[in-house]
Design a protein around this ligand. Structure first.
Ligand SMILES: Nc1ncnc2c1ncn2[C@@H]1O[C@H](COP(=O)(O)OP(=O)(O)OP(=O)(O)O)[C@@H](O)[C@H]1O
Ligand SMILES: [Mg+2]
Length: 402
């Protein structure tokens, strides 16, 4: 295991065995660098949509069916991801993205329109997702995301994972399921993005794929971190973590919380196993505007997905069936007397209370790393993952590289 995926492990390879590595889908458009440069208006800061561990993402406009850049506001709006100099690891993830997403077409997977490979430049061109990432909506906006919308997003994301695991021609393990990789269209339809860590599922009689441990702290399944044995049930665990994030409005890792609350799953476990305590988990910012039955079902489902034994975790198709009715439930907790009892039981201690949130929203640092730092008992510097972690990159600490 080496440090983080942001480290510069080796230089970017040149392109000689590209044809071997890159099985380009005929569906993909091949862009030249200059086309993408002018589509994004010279990668100007006003076009910047966000920045991840591998580079910046810019908004751009291209011809509906070709690769020609067009005037902003016309043609097809796209998101152009530029890979920084991330060496071999960056190139591998770029390749995986092109190879997986180039082949996969589903309403809950972000569409890859095309790519650019020119000298050491690597870019990806996606459909533009107007509402950005789930992470932004859950943790960076001052208005809480309404409950039915959270459930709609959970259902969409689960459907995407179920497709990868159970319906795609070759089963795919996604390996990097987290709220920043769930993108939202104008109607809050969820689409999975970032297939850089995706893996083909086990073939033949194999029960798992053996890999170096990669992923993101706080989301990766414990047995995968321990053994490197990857199965689709590792994705199911990560889905459980994101479901908990949606339920609680808390990040999977948050060192700004009091001791004992840094790791969301550890904090939530006692309430996951005791059904009477489920309401302690519900995001207080919702102020009772959530379905009681829906929240109960969500807690049970999260507990099931987060089972310590991967074999007892559900299939994603089962998760989809459980989630299907939840966006439409209308039994709002705030209109029940039960809710009053819940409020009283919660007492005054509420780290997510309105004031807390307001100040939190105001203080959210530009650099995501601060919020998403790896929490370990001996402090950040004791982490081997911290050392190579570039401050310029807001990518959350990841688990290693291959
Ligand atoms: N297709 C898209 N449409 C609109 N915005 C996008 C699109 N893809 C990415 N973004 C924006 O760019 C940001 C950065 O995305 P990126 O995938 O590079 O990093 P990340 O998901 O935040 O972190 P990581 O590097 O760990 O995946 C996203 O959070 C999102 O706001
Ligand atoms: Mg991402």
């Amino acid at each position: 295991m080496s440090s983080s995926t942001t480290s510069n492990a080796g230089s970017t390879p040149s392109t000689p065995n590209l044809s071997e590595e890159l099985k380009i889908s005929s569906k993909l458009r091949k862009f030249s660098f200059s086309e993408l440069k002018s589509a994004t208006r010279n990668f100007r800061p006003e076009s910047l949509l966000g920045e991840g561990g591998f580079g910046c993402v810019f908004k751009g406009w291209i011809n509906e069916h070709g690769t020609t850049p067009v005037r902003p506001g016309t043609g097809l709006t796209v998101a152009v991801k530029t890979l920084n100099n991330n060496g071999l690891q960056g190139h591998k993830e770029w390749l995986a993205e092109v190879n997986f997403l180039g082949d996969l077409l589903h309403p809950n997977l972000v569409k890859l329109n095309g790519y650019c490979i020119e000298d050491d430049k690597r870019l990806l061109v996606y459909e533009f997702m107007p509402r950005g990432s789930l992470e932004n909506h859950l943790f960076r906006r001052s208005l809480p995301l309404p409950w039915p919308v959270r459930m709609k997003i959970a259902l969409g994301a689960a459907t995407g994972l179920a497709f990868l695991h159970e319906e795609a021609e070759r089963p795919v393990i996604y390996r990097d399921f987290k709220s920043s990789n769930i993108l939202l269209d104008a109607d809050y339809n969820a689409k999975l993005s970032d297939f850089g860590l995706a893996k083909d599922g086990p073939d033949g009689d194999n029960t798992h794929v053996s890999t170096r441990v990669m992923g993101t702290y706080g989301y990766a399944a414990p047995e995968y971190v321990m053994t490197g044995h990857l199965t689709s049930k590792s994705d199911v665990y990560s889905f459980g973590v994101v479901l908990l994030e949606m339920l609680t409005g808390r990040r999977s890792m948050d060192k700004h919380r009091p001791n004992g609350e840094h790791n969301l799953v550890e904090w939530a476990r006692p309430c996951l196993v005791d059904r009477r305590k489920f309401y302690k988990l519900v995001d207080p910012r919702l102020n009772g505007r959530f379905s009681l039955k829906g929240a109960q079902k969500t807690v049970q489902l999260a507990a099931h997905c987060l089972s310590r034994d991967p074999k007892t975790r559900p299939l994603m198709s089962e998760v989809v069936q459980i989630l299907k009715p939840l966006p439409d439930l209308k039994d709002m907790a705030c209109s029940s007397s039960y809710f009053q009892g819940m409020q009283a039981d919660r007492g005054g201690v509420n780290p997510n209370a309105r004031n807390g949130n307001r100040s939190q929203a105001g203080l959210v640092p530009k650099n995501k790393q601060v919020n998403r730092s790896l929490t370990i008992p001996n402090g950040q510097n004791a982490s081997p993952y911290h050392q190579n972690y570039s401050l310029r990159s807001p990518k959350p600490p990841r688990l290693s590289e291959e």
